[in-house]
Design a protein around this ligand. Sequence first.
Ligand code: ADP
Ligand code: MG
Length: 546
Amino acid sequence: MAGDPFNSADPLIGRKLDGRYEVLERLGAGGAGVVYRGRQIHLGRFVAIKVLHQHTASSTEWRRRFQREAIALSVLAHPNVVPVTDFGVDDGVPFLVMELLEGQTLAALIKEGPLPLWRALEIARQTLRVLAFSHIKGVVHHDLKPNNVFLQELPDQADHVRLLDFGMAKFVGAPAELTRAGVRIGTPAYMSPEQLKGAPTDETTDVYAAGLMLFELLAGRRPFVAESPEGYLAAHLTAPVPSLAQVRPRRAHAPLFQAVVAQAMAKKPAERFKDAYEMAVALEDVVARLPAAVVSVVRAEARRKPTPRPRSAAPSRSRFWPRVMLLVTVAVGIAAAVEYRRHERAKQAKTTEVPAAQPPKPSLPSPEPEPPTPPPVKVQAPMDPEPPERPAQPDHDAKAAVGARDPWRAPVPRPLRPIRDRIKRGAHLSQRALVPVYEFARKNPDDPRPWLLLGAAYAQVDWFKDSVERYLRAYQIDSTCRGDPKMLADLLKAAAHPVAGPSAARAIRDIYGVEAIPALEQALEHHRGDREATARLTRLRESLPH
Ligand SMILES: Nc1ncnc2c1ncn2[C@@H]1O[C@H](COP(=O)(O)OP(=O)(O)O)[C@@H](O)[C@H]1O
Ligand SMILES: [Mg+2]
């Protein structure tokens, strides 16, 4: 690492700790210490080693805190907590050994730009789940912020959350010591009113920080932005929670989460969710009310309940029964949903004739693998050719309908231009030709246009399921892009298709509702004579409000 200013001046690089670990390079640093990539010499494996900053290592207070972090991490064996494998002292310097994670912090990801809703929700849900587990185990984190949420990249999954940095953690009931003079008590931007005032803290303190983080995930910026610690102090103590609708007017569904954010960020701890579990349940409630087109891109896991309280942990009496009731309700809901889907699947297997031989695949090679981020949308293909009657679109959708626009009216970004031209000419595109589109999508997560192009490209080669997924992704990024000139026509082609039909029908219902009727009538006309396609489109027609 010679010449690297981040590493070259660090005397720990190259040092052997306790004869067992070799320190290789710096990975990151926070208020308490530095985290290094290291090697466990006898096993030859790479690890992460956290070492306290020199100035903190000499303080008994910090050393106690560091040891407590190691203990908290070992108590919290959970898939969303980084496993700690060792703790030692070398020449008076304590060190903590953890599994080495590949990925980046949430803070780094947010800096790249606002996240699509489904991705923001996925990260929020995983964070709340691990925080709920931590609370169940009696550990309050006290320093929740995007810098301490690590997004691990796994070969089969992006955005696996690992909650880091339990250096500020407190075991519930342990004597308060976080506000002693001279000890860092947190990061002003993410501190709760009670931390700022030096008042007692508990699980609701993490809930407050989780509210700040949820806002930032949904809005792409922090709720309070100040220039100085005093500015943050004033904001946390007195400023009202900003409106998501005002901060992100284009994101039709984000404001549905306003109530969750507002309750989590209540100035008075007693008015917040009691702990991360309650907040997680409230978040799931809102997710469950989202239109299916949006929900379907939230991963399958979204339906899973947060980690239940293990039997060994003694729940406080006041919270035990409400939790049991909640768990039972969630479990019954999940069982019902599973049963419903099984039933519908069986029904579909009977009623849908999947052609014996799929039409030969066109020149386009498999859409996989895509560039690693964003990960492929997992659309849970809806299995309901005859779905239960849906009420008219809720208010927020009606508003979105008014705001439909043709996103191609604005100047087309240069990397998308050649592909757009080729699609316009009706030319088929190879997967290689689509790589720049995925690349553009990754760099511009707030722009629906690359996904619209992909939707059109896949529709052109009759890959309708892939096409529907891409169109849904575009709609989910910006609901007004439904004014795209090809989207409805392609979704209707997909709706007539035996395999993509159900998911396309649902997408059309959610995205266009009654507005789809004139085009749908034309599609019915077009498919006259094709009994199967007509039946599918008629079912869609009947499921739309009259
Ligand atoms: N296990 C790990 N694997 C890879 N990087 C890590 C790991 N733990 C921490 N880091 C990196 O080091 C940074 C600081 O770690 P953290 O535990 O938050 O220290 P601090 O208490 O000093 O804030 C993190 O933001 C992250 O980038
Ligand atoms: Mg940290």
